[in-house]
Design a protein around this ligand. Structure first.
Ligand SMILES: Cc1cc2nc3c(=O)[nH]c(=O)nc-3n(C[C@H](O)[C@H](O)[C@H](O)COP(=O)(O)O)c2cc1C
Length: 317
């Protein structure tokens, strides 16, 4: 069996430096626990929960695994104070979050014993997270699914590596062991995958959505939501193409937010692959099967080893 050991494994107490990126409406307790049981780190997609729902989801994960896991939050949540209190009371190991001011969160979580790993789309934000006292940083490239910035993982990673000493995790555009090897070559010590983990046996995503991801090519994603200030990469379908069309006609931020409201749930829970919003990244073209989390992670470890051997062979020639 291939063993991958990095600083991230020691920090989180996990076997493989592979994080399941938080996904609202997808990374509920069964997926989170399955990833953690397979030796990676599952992360609850907690942005959609009110405080007591968050507590219940955390407890559900604990019924399914005794392994470490994390919780994703959003600092713009109307009950963020109460959400942070739940994380501390429930002795959560690590929290990830993508928008808002990380310092406000770190200042509460750190004394409460919860690590902070902000998800950042720029080198400046990585440096700021370090000076704010984050425990690590997840650098997220624009090829990924969900909310995105404008820099690619390939360009972000080495520059972030040179800018911060913090443990560095790469997200965006990784779905196999080759991608993981590339990320490590560029300075990452762990990887986070979202899109790949939508299509695993333990993922609760609706079968229509899993099938749509398997059928799509890398060119079939687009970024919408620039007008809302939170651009999102998703699959092309009736919903995203109509969203893009309405944006181009100058609709207001509020009108666009209303149009987008409830559309992720419509896709991932109800299975409407045309009228729902299917957040997914450009790596979707690589996803052709639905393995279990354990199968996926051990396959990635083998692919990583093969890629590393090939790099070594090239270096020796
Ligand atoms: C369906 C979906 C929902 C997501 N929801 C969240 C979220 O709630 N919070 C968050 O920080 N990131 C979210 N993300 C981003 C992922 O956690 C992860 O960083 C990203 O998917 C990595 O890129 P990849 O899709 O190329 O693997 C989401 C991504 C997807 C595909």
């Amino acid at each position: 069996m291939t063993i991958l050991k990095t600083r991230i494994c020691d920090i989180f107490g996990i076997e493989y430096p592979i994080l399941q990126g938080a996904m609202a409406w997808v990374s509920f307790a069964p997926l989170v626990a399955a990833v953690s049981n397979a030796g990676g780190l599952g992360i609850i997609g907690g942005t959609i929960f009110m405080p007591e729902q968050m507590r219940a989801e955390i407890r559900k994960v604990r019924e399914l695994t005794d392994k470490p896991f994390g919780v994703n939050i959003i600092s713009l949540h109307p009950m963020i104070k109460e959400i942070l209190a739940v994380l501390i009371e429930e002795k959560i190991m690590v929290s990830t979050y993508g928008t808002g001011n990380p310092k406000k969160i770190i200042d509460v979580l750190k004394p409460g014993g919860v690590m902070s790993f902000p998800v950042v789309p720029t080198i400046a934000a990585a440096a700021r997270a370090e000076s704010d006292g984050a425990d690590g940083v997840i650098v997220s490239g624009m090829e990924g699914g969900g909310h995105v910035g404008s820099m690619s993982t390939m360009a972000l990673l080495p520059q972030a590596r040179d800018s911060v000493k913090l443990p560095l995790i790469a997200a965006g555009g990784i779905a196999d062991g080759r991608g993981m090897a590339a990320a490590f070559a560029l300075g990452a010590e762990g990887i986070q995958m979202g899109t790949r983990f939508i299509v695993v046996k333990e993922s609760p995503a609706h079968a229509h959505i899993k099938r749509k991801i398997i059928e799509n090519r890398a060119e079939d994603t687009l970024v919408t939501g620039n007008i809302t200030g939170l651009p999102v990469r998703c699959l092309k379908n009736c919903m995203s193409e109509e969203f893009a069309r309405l944006e181009s006609t100058g609709k207001s931020k509020m009108e666009m937010a209303l149009f987008g409201s409830g559309k992720m749930q419509l896709a991932f829970v109800q299975g409407d692959a045309e009228n729902g919003s299917i957040m997914a990244g450009q790596i979707c073209g690589l996803i052709k099967d639905e393995p279990s989390c354990a199968e996926l992670i051990s396959r990635m470890a083998r692919e990583f080893e093969a890629a590393a051997k090939e790099l070594k062979r090239i270096a020796e020639v």
